[in-house]
Each structure stands twice: as C-alpha cells, then as structure tokens.
Design a protein around this ligand. Sequence first.
Ligand code: 6R9
Length: 671
Amino acid sequence: MSVPAHPVPARLLDATQCPTPHVSSMEQYKEMHEESVKNPVGFWRKMAKSNLDWISPFSDETVTQGSFSEGDIAWFPQGTLNVAYNCIDRHAAKDPNSVAMIFEADEPGNHEKITYGTLLREVCRFANVLKKHGVRKGDTVAIYMPMVPEAAYAMLACARIGAVHSVVFAGFSADALRDRMVDAQCKILITADQGLRGGKVVHLKKIADEALAQSPSVERVILFQRTGDEKVPFNATRDVWWHEECITQRPYCPCEPMNAEDPLFMLYTSGSTGKPKGVVHTTAGYLLGAYTSTKYIFDLHPGDIYGCMADVGWITGHSYIVYGPLANGVTTVLFESTPTYPDASRFWQVVDTHKLTQLYTAPTAIRALRRLGDAFVEKHSLESLRVLGSVGEPINPEAWDWYNTVVGRGRCAVVDTYWQTETGSIIVTPLPGCTPTKPGAATLPFFGVDLAILDANTGKEVPYDGSEEITGVLALRQTIPSIARTVYGDHNRYLDTYMRPYKGFYFTGDGAARDTDGYYWIKGRVDDVINVSGHRMSTAEIESALITHPACAESAAVGIADDLTGQAVVCFCTLKSHHADEASVAAALRFQVRTQIGPFAAPKAIVIVNDLPKTRSGKIMRRILRKAAGGEVTLEDIEDDDAIRAKLGDISTLADPSIVKHIVEKVKKAG
Ligand code: 6R9
C-alpha cells in the first residue's frame, strides 16, 4: 500500500502565486502535532485564547476535564462565549461590507452576496422572532429547510439566543422528521413552503404537515417562502410566515452568554443499532474544532471564497459551510443545486463565476462527474482553486486521480478528510502546504488527534513500529475539544456506542490500516452501518421500515459495493404469505423504505426469499447475504463444497444449509 506519494504542488509554496500556507513543512506539522497530543492543555489553551472571543475567560487550570472511560468530557468549562458573536459580530465590526455568504440558487445565474453586516441584521431579526414565539435558552428547535441563506440564519439565530438546533436534512421523509422532532421535543419547526433542487420541487411544507400531525411538542411553525406557490397549505392558528415576522423585528438582538459546555446543537445520525441518535455538540469545543480545522485543512486566508457543496442537513454543512468558515471570517458558498444541473459543468461554472479558492465535495459526486467526461471540466479555467477536499466515504484512487489531475490540474492540494458527526470536525487529513498525499489515504492525524488501531478481537492496540502495515479498528486515545458530549436523552447509549466497546478509547466504528509511512487508510464501517453516497444508514433502521409493511415477515439489509454510490442497500425479505407477483411486493417494500426514511435510502434491490440464513440459535448470518448480494457466490459454487467454504467461510452452524442455494438463485433472478 506504500504507493508513491504526490508532493505538495510547487505553486502552493510559491509566495508570488499563493499565500504562504499556515503549515508549510512536514517538520512544522510534526512539531505542532506532537505538541498538541503531548500537551493538549497548552495547545488548545493557546488556540482558544488567540482565536475565539470570550465573554468571560476560561480558567487556565481547567482547560479540559473528564475522559473517555467516564464519558464526562468538558473543555473550557469556566468560560462563557457566544458562537454567533464569533461567527458574525466580530467580523461585521471590522468590515461590515465584506462578503460572508454567496448564495448560489438552483437556477444558474441566480446568486446573491450577503455581507457580514447584512448577516448580522438578518440573524438578529430572526433571533427576535424566535424570542417572540417563546423560544428560550435550552429550548430545542427543528430546522427542515432547503439550502437557502435562511437555513444558516436560523441556525445562527438559535446559537445567538442559546436555543439548541436540530437540523433535519430536507431529503428525509415525514416519518423521519416526526421521529426526530418527537425525540428532541422541539417547540418550533422552521421550514419552507417548497424547496428547489435540480429544477425539481420538493414539497417541504406538505411533508412537514404530515410529520406535525404526530409531533405534539411543536407549537409553532415558521414558514420561509422559497417558491411562493399558492397551493401550499397554511394553518393560520399554528403557522407564521418568516418574512411577515421578520419585518416587525429590530435588526439587533443581544447575544446570550453561553457556558462553554452548553449544548449548541444536536444532529441525528445512524449507528449500528436502534433508532437514530441525537448527537449533542457543545459551544466552545465544537466551535474551536470547526475554526481550527477549517483554517488549517483548507488553508484559509483573508479574502478566500470557500465552497463546500454539502447540505446543511449533514454535519459537513454544519462545520464546513456555516460554523467553520464564518468563524474564520471568510466567504462561504451556499449551493442550492446539484452537481449535474443543468449539466455536469455546474460546479465548474460556480468555481469560475465566484473565483472559489477551495472546493469541498464527496466521492460520490466526484465519481458521477468523472463518468460524464472531462469535457465539462476542461472548458473552465478553475485557476482560483488551491485546495480540493473530499469527505463522506473512502475515495477510490481512480476518483482521487481524476480530481487531482482533471479538476486540480496538478496545481491544487487534494485533502481526503476523514471524520464523523460525532467528532464534530476533521480528524485525519493531509494539510495542503506540507503533506505528501497518496490516492485513497486520509494520511495523518489533525492537531490534537491521537489515533490508535485496535485489534477487534482482543481490544488491545496493534503494535506498530513502521516495519509493516497494520490493520484493525480505529479509535481515539484522548479527547478533542469538538468530540460529541452525549446522545440527547440517552447518555447510556453514548457510553455503550462509543466508550464501552474499548475501555479508555473512543470507538469510531471504522476499520483502518496504517502503512509503513505512518499513513492511515480508512476502510469503511466495521459495524452494521451502510454508507450510500456519504449518507449513513443503519441496517436496523432499514429493516424496521420494511417490517412495518403488512406483507413483510422478516428482513435483513446489507450493504454491497457500488461504483457510483460507494455502497448500495440490498434487502432480503420473507413474506407472511405467498404472493404470486413478487415483483410488485418488492416494489411496495422499496417504496416503504423511501417513505419511512427518505428517497436517498431506497434499496437498490429487494430480494424476496423463503427464509433467511440463520444459525441454529436464530442469528442471521449476514455475511452470506452480503456475499450473495454482491455476486461473490455463483450457482456453480453451490455444487462445490470447497468453493463454498472458500467464499463463504464456515457455514456449518446454519440451521438449513440448503438455503444458500435458494438465496443465490433469488439474487440472480432479481438481477
Ligand atoms: C463527515 C461525515 C461518518 C462516516 C465515517 C466513515 C465515513 C467519512 C471519510 C469516510 C473514509 C473519508 N467517512 N469521511 N470514510 N474516508 N474521508 O461523513 O460524517 O455522516 O457521520 O459519517 O463516514 O465511515 O465513520 P457522518
């Protein structure tokens, strides 16, 4: 795996062409990283003092406390500050006319620049609207919005008054929105009449109304008008219009002093078991993680125009569209559309129109664009770009090479950034000005990050001396400021999921290798989480959606490799009674997953089977399903015991070994 490394492009280190990178040599990286893990207190104290504005300072004696083993982590617990102040006011005070956000609307040619001065006024107005409707510090607010500036205003307005936001991705279904609002006991829902994406209308209010019918905690709905469609339902006793409310409000609202450890937001994410968890991030540590990582990993400099193409409904949108770039005072792009609307040159048009200096997107988008051909990219200059980022899933070397040569033209740094909702900010990544890169490797730990590779069977660290590559599960040895503090309403689940699997460590759920150069290669999830185009879903979630369909008796969902989306979902279902028309039952089951979770979760295939492969003790042997779904076992193999053993491993514990043949036949039929 020790493939030749790509050096840092010379242009990035040439002061006549590019600003001098914050970290411009491996010696500097190593020195800073070593200090950050040997003396985290000193390192983060300095970072927090010099980069964040505090209302009252934290104590030098209690920079950090708590541990993974106790799950009682806190950073800067004596300090108070406000995130909105750090992201807006301090920049608006210096230069109210500098651009905070560029909104690139769905229809090409439609864009809007929002200065820090305007951002301050808009956020303040909306903060006052929230207060008027009874939102107070500590209350939870649901945000179900399209990718418009108002989505960011809503998040920042919550931060300003100390309300805890829970952004729900606008691709989630009514059921998923309801579950999240009920779990978080949200008082208010902020949504829009409709969303626009890739020329298509998303009926947000209609979906929200369905969810609201079963979400008793929500007292008020604030409705942003995106399309103005008159047929959009409006409930006059519960709903109010965003624009009508804002116009009556004063464009200043004082910032609530927040304790460093007060919650800033929660964000639901899938784990290996049960329903999605509301991962809770707190004020100072999260902000510091978002600030520092954005600054160093995208090598931000004054005047930069930084574009992260994610959605604010995901953690990437929180940290790298809203909080990280704004805390740094640069210009951040809000992109409402898709990479292929109206055609596959959309990203490149955006880059050239706004002169983006950084572009951050996901492997699934890179692979899709690569398939559509180089011509779309080649006709654009892309000269302004310095850093190209990738996030969400492992990037295959072919896609990496294409990103580097066709998009980056060998003149940009490619940063494959590994992290999770729970870590709050990037934890493994190259730095643009210093790290030689290898396609497919997330390379080295970010500051403060102390990684360990553990043996999944023994729970012990795999020894590493650089003489040979090691593999295992990836864990953190010490806490970082931006790590999640709890799961909303269920701290025990937080401990069970992250802290108890390997005592003393934080468990990521990902497998990883470390090569002889010390580089980390992320291998994907080792638990029952499926990652489709960077969207995390648990097999348990999909299975419980299937089981609620009256025809379905039992189900098992597995992830298989997919060229475009990284992984795809394949479901195996048994039916309560025989159906002659299996295809239409399969279609109904597929629809069931779409409506209960969201369109992005729709299985690639539903295979109706007579039984699932179970051990005598009743456990489903998922590896058989995974291999059958991935086409790794053929009907010829079935006749050959050696071939079966080689491909499926030991199947002697199966209650009914003949089931394997049946499953392989059914997969073949399902195509
Ligand atoms: C930021 C985000 C987290 C999971 C994570 C891992 C996968 C993310 C990756 C990557 C390989 C990368 N993942 N970035 N795998 N290389 N650069 O995606 O958060 O939605 O919580 O997903 O995504 O499996 O555990 P989240």
